[in-house]
Design a protein around this ligand. Structure first.
Ligand code: XUL
Ligand code: CO
Length: 437
Protein backbone atom coordinates (compact mmCIF):
# COMPACT_ATOMS: atom_id res chain seq x y z
CA UNK A 1 0.00 0.00 0.00
CA UNK A 2 1.30 3.41 -0.96
CA UNK A 3 2.78 5.52 1.83
CA UNK A 4 2.49 8.73 -0.21
CA UNK A 5 -0.73 8.23 -2.22
CA UNK A 6 -1.20 11.95 -2.75
CA UNK A 7 2.20 12.42 -4.44
CA UNK A 8 2.93 11.40 -8.03
CA UNK A 9 6.31 10.92 -9.67
CA UNK A 10 8.12 14.27 -9.67
CA UNK A 11 8.52 15.45 -13.27
CA UNK A 12 11.05 17.87 -14.75
CA UNK A 13 9.14 20.94 -15.92
CA UNK A 14 11.87 23.55 -16.40
CA UNK A 15 12.71 26.86 -14.70
CA UNK A 16 9.41 28.52 -15.60
CA UNK A 17 7.28 25.92 -13.81
CA UNK A 18 5.27 27.01 -10.79
CA UNK A 19 4.33 23.46 -9.86
CA UNK A 20 5.79 22.88 -6.37
CA UNK A 21 5.99 19.14 -7.03
CA UNK A 22 8.23 19.43 -10.11
CA UNK A 23 11.92 19.94 -10.81
CA UNK A 24 13.04 23.19 -12.38
CA UNK A 25 16.68 22.29 -13.03
CA UNK A 26 17.19 18.59 -12.33
CA UNK A 27 16.65 16.95 -15.68
CA UNK A 28 18.18 13.47 -15.17
CA UNK A 29 18.99 12.76 -18.82
CA UNK A 30 20.27 16.22 -19.76
CA UNK A 31 23.90 15.97 -20.82
CA UNK A 32 26.38 18.41 -19.26
CA UNK A 33 30.03 18.23 -20.25
CA UNK A 34 29.57 14.83 -21.85
CA UNK A 35 27.71 13.14 -18.98
CA UNK A 36 24.10 12.85 -17.90
CA UNK A 37 23.02 14.93 -14.92
CA UNK A 38 22.06 11.74 -13.11
CA UNK A 39 25.66 10.46 -13.51
CA UNK A 40 27.19 13.73 -12.34
CA UNK A 41 24.82 13.80 -9.41
CA UNK A 42 24.32 10.40 -7.78
CA UNK A 43 21.85 11.65 -5.18
CA UNK A 44 21.20 9.66 -2.04
CA UNK A 45 18.45 9.66 0.56
CA UNK A 46 19.64 9.68 4.18
CA UNK A 47 17.63 6.99 5.97
CA UNK A 48 17.99 8.69 9.35
CA UNK A 49 16.71 12.17 8.54
CA UNK A 50 14.13 11.29 5.95
CA UNK A 51 12.58 8.19 7.48
CA UNK A 52 13.55 8.73 11.11
CA UNK A 53 13.86 12.35 12.21
CA UNK A 54 10.48 13.78 13.11
CA UNK A 55 11.38 17.15 14.54
CA UNK A 56 12.41 16.45 18.12
CA UNK A 57 14.84 19.06 19.38
CA UNK A 58 16.20 20.00 22.79
CA UNK A 59 13.07 21.98 23.59
CA UNK A 60 10.25 19.98 22.10
CA UNK A 61 9.00 16.68 20.76
CA UNK A 62 8.20 15.41 17.28
CA UNK A 63 6.11 17.54 14.97
CA UNK A 64 6.06 15.16 12.00
CA UNK A 65 4.49 11.72 11.81
CA UNK A 66 7.06 9.22 10.56
CA UNK A 67 5.18 6.14 11.69
CA UNK A 68 4.23 5.25 8.10
CA UNK A 69 1.23 3.39 9.45
CA UNK A 70 3.13 1.17 11.92
CA UNK A 71 4.07 1.24 15.59
CA UNK A 72 7.53 2.85 16.02
CA UNK A 73 10.09 0.59 17.69
CA UNK A 74 8.80 -2.57 15.96
CA UNK A 75 10.05 -4.57 12.99
CA UNK A 76 6.75 -3.79 11.30
CA UNK A 77 7.74 -0.14 11.50
CA UNK A 78 11.25 -0.92 10.20
CA UNK A 79 9.61 -2.52 7.17
CA UNK A 80 7.16 0.35 6.74
CA UNK A 81 10.18 2.66 6.59
CA UNK A 82 11.67 0.51 3.81
CA UNK A 83 8.38 0.72 1.90
CA UNK A 84 8.21 4.48 2.41
CA UNK A 85 11.88 4.95 1.52
CA UNK A 86 11.68 3.05 -1.75
CA UNK A 87 8.46 4.77 -2.80
CA UNK A 88 10.02 8.14 -1.92
CA UNK A 89 13.20 7.44 -3.90
CA UNK A 90 11.29 6.13 -6.88
CA UNK A 91 8.99 9.14 -6.99
CA UNK A 92 11.97 11.49 -6.96
CA UNK A 93 14.23 9.44 -9.23
CA UNK A 94 16.85 9.00 -6.47
CA UNK A 95 19.11 6.01 -7.05
CA UNK A 96 20.93 5.68 -3.73
CA UNK A 97 20.40 5.60 0.01
CA UNK A 98 22.72 5.87 3.02
CA UNK A 99 22.12 4.29 6.40
CA UNK A 100 23.41 3.71 9.91
CA UNK A 101 22.79 0.23 11.31
CA UNK A 102 20.33 1.51 13.91
CA UNK A 103 18.41 3.56 11.32
CA UNK A 104 17.25 0.27 9.84
CA UNK A 105 15.97 -1.55 12.92
CA UNK A 106 15.34 -0.78 16.57
CA UNK A 107 18.43 -1.78 18.56
CA UNK A 108 17.85 -4.74 20.91
CA UNK A 109 19.45 -5.29 24.33
CA UNK A 110 21.65 -8.03 22.92
CA UNK A 111 23.78 -7.57 19.80
CA UNK A 112 22.87 -11.06 18.55
CA UNK A 113 19.20 -10.03 18.39
CA UNK A 114 20.06 -6.66 16.78
CA UNK A 115 22.06 -8.51 14.13
CA UNK A 116 19.22 -10.94 13.51
CA UNK A 117 16.90 -7.98 12.94
CA UNK A 118 19.46 -6.45 10.59
CA UNK A 119 19.59 -9.69 8.59
CA UNK A 120 15.81 -9.71 8.33
CA UNK A 121 15.51 -6.08 7.24
CA UNK A 122 18.39 -6.27 4.77
CA UNK A 123 16.73 -9.31 3.15
CA UNK A 124 13.62 -7.18 2.82
CA UNK A 125 15.58 -4.24 1.38
CA UNK A 126 17.24 -6.59 -1.12
CA UNK A 127 13.79 -7.78 -2.16
CA UNK A 128 12.68 -4.17 -2.64
CA UNK A 129 15.79 -3.45 -4.69
CA UNK A 130 14.86 -6.18 -7.19
CA UNK A 131 13.54 -4.62 -10.36
CA UNK A 132 14.76 -1.14 -9.42
CA UNK A 133 18.15 0.48 -9.99
CA UNK A 134 18.23 1.77 -6.40
CA UNK A 135 21.42 0.86 -4.52
CA UNK A 136 23.21 1.69 -1.31
CA UNK A 137 25.64 4.63 -1.58
CA UNK A 138 27.26 4.00 1.77
CA UNK A 139 26.64 2.40 5.09
CA UNK A 140 27.93 3.21 8.54
CA UNK A 141 27.60 2.17 12.17
CA UNK A 142 26.06 4.52 14.68
CA UNK A 143 28.72 4.58 17.41
CA UNK A 144 27.64 7.80 19.06
CA UNK A 145 24.00 7.66 20.22
CA UNK A 146 24.06 4.80 22.71
CA UNK A 147 25.34 5.82 26.19
CA UNK A 148 28.03 3.14 25.94
CA UNK A 149 29.81 5.42 23.47
CA UNK A 150 29.93 8.43 25.80
CA UNK A 151 33.75 8.28 25.75
CA UNK A 152 34.02 7.35 22.10
CA UNK A 153 34.08 4.12 20.08
CA UNK A 154 37.57 3.61 18.63
CA UNK A 155 38.82 6.17 21.15
CA UNK A 156 37.01 4.77 24.17
CA UNK A 157 38.75 4.04 27.47
CA UNK A 158 36.82 0.74 27.72
CA UNK A 159 38.22 -2.23 25.83
CA UNK A 160 34.78 -3.89 25.93
CA UNK A 161 33.15 -0.88 24.30
CA UNK A 162 35.90 -0.96 21.66
CA UNK A 163 35.13 -4.63 20.98
CA UNK A 164 31.40 -3.81 20.73
CA UNK A 165 32.15 -1.02 18.27
CA UNK A 166 34.28 -3.42 16.23
CA UNK A 167 31.34 -5.84 16.12
CA UNK A 168 29.05 -3.07 14.88
CA UNK A 169 31.51 -2.04 12.17
CA UNK A 170 31.81 -5.68 11.06
CA UNK A 171 28.04 -6.02 10.76
CA UNK A 172 27.61 -2.64 9.06
CA UNK A 173 30.26 -3.67 6.53
CA UNK A 174 28.41 -6.96 5.92
CA UNK A 175 25.22 -4.99 5.28
CA UNK A 176 26.95 -2.46 3.04
CA UNK A 177 28.38 -5.24 0.87
CA UNK A 178 25.05 -7.12 0.86
CA UNK A 179 23.25 -3.98 -0.38
CA UNK A 180 25.86 -3.17 -3.03
CA UNK A 181 27.26 -0.10 -1.23
CA UNK A 182 29.85 2.06 -2.97
CA UNK A 183 31.39 3.28 0.26
CA UNK A 184 31.66 2.89 4.00
CA UNK A 185 31.72 5.96 6.27
CA UNK A 186 33.36 6.70 9.58
CA UNK A 187 31.92 9.82 11.13
CA UNK A 188 33.62 9.96 14.51
CA UNK A 189 30.71 11.38 16.46
CA UNK A 190 32.23 10.79 19.89
CA UNK A 191 35.82 10.36 18.70
CA UNK A 192 37.12 13.42 20.48
CA UNK A 193 37.25 14.81 23.97
CA UNK A 194 35.85 17.40 26.33
CA UNK A 195 38.95 17.98 28.49
CA UNK A 196 42.59 16.91 28.31
CA UNK A 197 42.53 16.53 32.10
CA UNK A 198 41.07 13.04 31.58
CA UNK A 199 42.30 12.19 28.08
CA UNK A 200 45.26 10.28 26.59
CA UNK A 201 45.04 11.79 23.13
CA UNK A 202 47.82 9.74 21.51
CA UNK A 203 46.44 6.44 22.84
CA UNK A 204 42.94 7.32 21.62
CA UNK A 205 44.07 8.28 18.13
CA UNK A 206 46.18 5.13 17.77
CA UNK A 207 43.16 3.03 18.71
CA UNK A 208 40.90 4.75 16.18
CA UNK A 209 43.50 3.89 13.54
CA UNK A 210 43.54 0.27 14.74
CA UNK A 211 39.76 0.04 14.36
CA UNK A 212 39.99 1.52 10.86
CA UNK A 213 42.74 -0.92 9.85
CA UNK A 214 40.63 -3.82 11.07
CA UNK A 215 37.70 -2.45 9.05
CA UNK A 216 39.83 -2.30 5.90
CA UNK A 217 41.14 -5.83 6.43
CA UNK A 218 37.68 -7.24 7.08
CA UNK A 219 36.03 -5.24 4.29
CA UNK A 220 38.54 -6.40 1.71
CA UNK A 221 38.22 -9.99 2.96
CA UNK A 222 34.48 -10.02 2.23
CA UNK A 223 34.85 -8.45 -1.21
CA UNK A 224 34.25 -4.78 -0.44
CA UNK A 225 36.01 -2.94 -3.25
CA UNK A 226 34.61 0.53 -2.55
CA UNK A 227 36.15 3.40 -0.64
CA UNK A 228 36.23 3.93 3.08
CA UNK A 229 35.50 7.50 4.03
CA UNK A 230 36.22 9.75 6.95
CA UNK A 231 33.60 12.46 7.37
CA UNK A 232 35.42 15.35 9.09
CA UNK A 233 33.65 17.54 11.62
CA UNK A 234 35.27 19.97 14.06
CA UNK A 235 32.85 19.94 16.97
CA UNK A 236 29.41 18.83 18.10
CA UNK A 237 28.79 16.60 19.89
CA UNK A 238 32.34 16.71 21.35
CA UNK A 239 34.09 20.01 21.97
CA UNK A 240 37.22 18.73 20.24
CA UNK A 241 36.78 16.14 17.51
CA UNK A 242 39.82 14.35 16.13
CA UNK A 243 38.64 14.62 12.49
CA UNK A 244 38.47 18.41 12.69
CA UNK A 245 38.54 19.09 8.95
CA UNK A 246 39.79 17.53 5.71
CA UNK A 247 43.40 18.57 6.27
CA UNK A 248 43.44 17.07 9.76
CA UNK A 249 41.75 13.84 8.69
CA UNK A 250 44.06 13.41 5.70
CA UNK A 251 47.10 13.94 7.93
CA UNK A 252 45.74 11.27 10.30
CA UNK A 253 45.18 8.80 7.46
CA UNK A 254 48.69 9.34 6.14
CA UNK A 255 50.25 9.05 9.59
CA UNK A 256 48.62 5.67 10.17
CA UNK A 257 49.01 4.25 6.65
CA UNK A 258 45.28 4.36 5.84
CA UNK A 259 45.43 6.78 2.92
CA UNK A 260 45.25 4.13 0.18
CA UNK A 261 41.87 2.84 1.32
CA UNK A 262 40.24 6.00 2.63
CA UNK A 263 38.89 9.16 1.04
CA UNK A 264 36.90 12.09 2.43
CA UNK A 265 33.15 12.40 2.72
CA UNK A 266 32.84 16.18 2.92
CA UNK A 267 29.74 17.64 4.55
CA UNK A 268 29.06 21.29 3.74
CA UNK A 269 27.85 22.23 7.21
CA UNK A 270 30.84 20.50 8.85
CA UNK A 271 33.30 22.48 6.71
CA UNK A 272 31.65 25.76 7.67
CA UNK A 273 31.66 24.77 11.36
CA UNK A 274 35.44 24.35 11.01
CA UNK A 275 35.65 27.96 9.81
CA UNK A 276 36.18 26.98 6.18
CA UNK A 277 34.08 27.30 3.09
CA UNK A 278 32.58 24.10 1.70
CA UNK A 279 34.73 24.72 -1.37
CA UNK A 280 37.89 24.83 0.75
CA UNK A 281 37.45 21.36 2.22
CA UNK A 282 36.53 19.99 -1.21
CA UNK A 283 39.71 21.46 -2.68
CA UNK A 284 41.90 20.15 0.15
CA UNK A 285 40.45 16.67 -0.44
CA UNK A 286 40.77 16.91 -4.22
CA UNK A 287 44.41 17.99 -4.28
CA UNK A 288 45.23 15.01 -2.08
CA UNK A 289 43.34 12.64 -4.40
CA UNK A 290 40.82 12.02 -1.65
CA UNK A 291 37.59 13.68 -2.73
CA UNK A 292 35.26 10.70 -2.40
CA UNK A 293 31.72 11.69 -1.49
CA UNK A 294 29.63 14.60 -0.29
CA UNK A 295 27.03 15.11 2.42
CA UNK A 296 24.92 17.76 0.75
CA UNK A 297 23.42 20.25 3.15
CA UNK A 298 24.05 23.75 4.41
CA UNK A 299 24.35 25.51 7.73
CA UNK A 300 22.96 28.81 8.88
CA UNK A 301 25.57 31.58 9.01
CA UNK A 302 23.88 32.97 12.13
CA UNK A 303 24.02 29.70 14.06
CA UNK A 304 27.14 27.95 15.34
CA UNK A 305 25.89 24.40 15.15
CA UNK A 306 25.11 21.70 12.63
CA UNK A 307 21.67 22.71 11.39
CA UNK A 308 21.69 20.22 8.47
CA UNK A 309 19.47 22.35 6.25
CA UNK A 310 18.49 21.40 2.76
CA UNK A 311 20.81 23.31 0.45
CA UNK A 312 19.38 26.30 -1.42
CA UNK A 313 22.53 28.40 -1.71
CA UNK A 314 23.34 28.33 -5.42
CA UNK A 315 26.68 30.10 -4.97
CA UNK A 316 27.92 27.33 -2.69
CA UNK A 317 26.45 24.59 -4.86
CA UNK A 318 28.08 26.11 -7.96
CA UNK A 319 31.48 26.35 -6.30
CA UNK A 320 31.05 22.80 -4.99
CA UNK A 321 30.25 21.49 -8.46
CA UNK A 322 33.16 23.51 -9.84
CA UNK A 323 35.47 21.52 -7.54
CA UNK A 324 33.74 18.24 -8.36
CA UNK A 325 33.94 18.77 -12.14
CA UNK A 326 37.55 19.88 -11.94
CA UNK A 327 38.48 16.83 -9.90
CA UNK A 328 36.87 14.49 -12.44
CA UNK A 329 33.73 13.60 -10.46
CA UNK A 330 33.02 11.64 -7.31
CA UNK A 331 33.46 7.93 -6.72
CA UNK A 332 30.70 8.36 -4.12
CA UNK A 333 27.68 10.62 -4.42
CA UNK A 334 25.59 13.40 -2.92
CA UNK A 335 23.89 12.27 0.24
CA UNK A 336 21.27 14.68 1.56
CA UNK A 337 22.35 14.65 5.19
CA UNK A 338 19.69 17.30 5.64
CA UNK A 339 16.46 17.57 7.52
CA UNK A 340 13.28 19.56 7.22
CA UNK A 341 12.90 22.51 9.56
CA UNK A 342 10.76 21.51 12.53
CA UNK A 343 7.63 23.41 11.41
CA UNK A 344 7.85 21.80 7.93
CA UNK A 345 6.19 18.65 9.17
CA UNK A 346 3.98 17.43 6.30
CA UNK A 347 4.55 14.78 3.64
CA UNK A 348 4.65 17.50 0.97
CA UNK A 349 7.49 19.13 2.89
CA UNK A 350 9.55 15.93 2.65
CA UNK A 351 9.25 16.10 -1.14
CA UNK A 352 9.72 19.87 -1.37
CA UNK A 353 12.96 19.50 0.60
CA UNK A 354 14.48 16.96 -1.78
CA UNK A 355 13.25 18.89 -4.81
CA UNK A 356 14.99 21.96 -3.40
CA UNK A 357 18.23 20.10 -2.72
CA UNK A 358 18.32 18.29 -6.06
CA UNK A 359 17.43 21.42 -8.01
CA UNK A 360 20.06 23.45 -6.15
CA UNK A 361 22.80 20.98 -7.06
CA UNK A 362 21.53 20.61 -10.62
CA UNK A 363 21.64 24.39 -11.05
CA UNK A 364 25.07 24.40 -9.41
CA UNK A 365 26.21 21.80 -11.95
CA UNK A 366 24.84 23.80 -14.89
CA UNK A 367 26.52 26.97 -13.64
CA UNK A 368 29.82 25.29 -12.78
CA UNK A 369 30.01 23.86 -16.29
CA UNK A 370 29.29 27.34 -17.69
CA UNK A 371 32.06 28.79 -15.50
CA UNK A 372 34.52 26.23 -16.81
CA UNK A 373 33.43 26.77 -20.41
CA UNK A 374 33.62 30.54 -19.91
CA UNK A 375 37.29 30.01 -19.05
CA UNK A 376 38.01 33.40 -17.46
CA UNK A 377 38.67 31.97 -13.99
CA UNK A 378 41.07 29.34 -15.31
CA UNK A 379 42.77 31.87 -17.51
CA UNK A 380 43.28 34.23 -14.61
CA UNK A 381 44.78 31.55 -12.39
CA UNK A 382 47.03 30.40 -15.22
CA UNK A 383 48.34 33.93 -15.76
CA UNK A 384 48.68 34.60 -12.04
CA UNK A 385 51.44 32.00 -11.77
CA UNK A 386 53.00 32.74 -15.18
CA UNK A 387 56.31 33.91 -13.68
CA UNK A 388 56.97 30.32 -12.61
CA UNK A 389 57.15 29.23 -16.24
CA UNK A 390 60.57 30.90 -16.66
CA UNK A 391 63.92 29.27 -16.06
CA UNK A 392 64.13 30.28 -12.40
CA UNK A 393 60.66 29.00 -11.59
CA UNK A 394 61.40 25.69 -13.26
CA UNK A 395 64.65 25.30 -11.34
CA UNK A 396 62.85 25.88 -8.02
CA UNK A 397 60.03 23.52 -8.92
CA UNK A 398 62.47 20.81 -9.99
CA UNK A 399 64.52 21.13 -6.82
CA UNK A 400 67.56 22.22 -8.79
CA UNK A 401 68.53 25.28 -6.80
CA UNK A 402 69.17 26.33 -3.23
CA UNK A 403 68.95 29.28 -0.84
CA UNK A 404 72.46 30.53 -1.68
CA UNK A 405 71.74 30.66 -5.41
CA UNK A 406 68.41 32.37 -4.82
CA UNK A 407 70.09 34.87 -2.49
CA UNK A 408 72.62 35.68 -5.21
CA UNK A 409 69.72 36.15 -7.67
CA UNK A 410 68.00 38.49 -5.18
CA UNK A 411 71.23 40.51 -4.73
CA UNK A 412 71.37 41.11 -8.45
CA UNK A 413 67.66 41.93 -8.64
CA UNK A 414 67.69 44.45 -5.77
CA UNK A 415 63.93 44.08 -5.18
CA UNK A 416 61.05 42.28 -6.93
CA UNK A 417 58.12 44.00 -8.59
CA UNK A 418 54.77 43.66 -6.78
CA UNK A 419 53.36 40.19 -7.57
CA UNK A 420 50.29 41.41 -9.51
CA UNK A 421 46.69 42.06 -8.47
CA UNK A 422 44.60 39.21 -7.11
CA UNK A 423 41.59 40.76 -8.93
CA UNK A 424 39.09 39.27 -6.49
CA UNK A 425 36.37 41.81 -7.23
CA UNK A 426 36.72 41.34 -10.97
CA UNK A 427 36.56 37.54 -10.56
CA UNK A 428 33.46 37.81 -8.37
CA UNK A 429 31.87 39.86 -11.14
CA UNK A 430 32.70 37.05 -13.57
CA UNK A 431 31.06 34.58 -11.18
CA UNK A 432 27.94 36.75 -10.90
CA UNK A 433 27.76 37.31 -14.62
CA UNK A 434 27.75 33.56 -15.24
CA UNK A 435 25.28 32.86 -12.42
CA UNK A 436 22.78 35.49 -13.46
CA UNK A 437 23.05 35.68 -17.21
C1 XUL B 1 26.56 14.05 11.86
C2 XUL B 1 26.61 13.46 10.51
C3 XUL B 1 26.31 12.01 10.43
C4 XUL B 1 27.15 11.28 9.43
C5 XUL B 1 26.97 9.79 9.45
O1 XUL B 1 26.83 15.40 11.89
O2 XUL B 1 26.83 14.15 9.55
O3 XUL B 1 24.97 11.85 10.17
O4 XUL B 1 26.89 11.73 8.14
O5 XUL B 1 27.18 9.24 10.69
CO1 CO C 1 26.91 13.72 7.53
Amino acid sequence: MSKFPEINRIPYEGPQSKNPLAFRYYDADRVIMGKKMSEHLPFAMAWWHNLGAAGTDMFGRDTADKSFGAQPGTMEHAKAKVDAGFEFMEKLGIKYFCFHDVDLVPEADDIKETNRRLDEISDYILEMMQGTDIRCLWGTANMFSNPRFMNGAGSTNSVDVFAFAAAQVKKALDLTVKLGGRGYVFWGGREGYETLLNTDMKFEQENIAKLMHMAVDYGRSIGFTGDFYIEPKPKEPMKHQYDFDAATAIGFLKQYGLDKDFKMNIEANHATLAGHTFQHDLRVSAINGMLGSIDANQGDPLLGWDTDEFPFNVYDATLCMYEVLKSGGLTGGFNFDSKNRRPSYTVEDMFYAYILGMDTFALGLIKAAELIEDGRLDQFVEEKYASWKGELGQKIRNGETNLAELAAYADEMGKPELPGSGRQEYLETVLNSVLFK
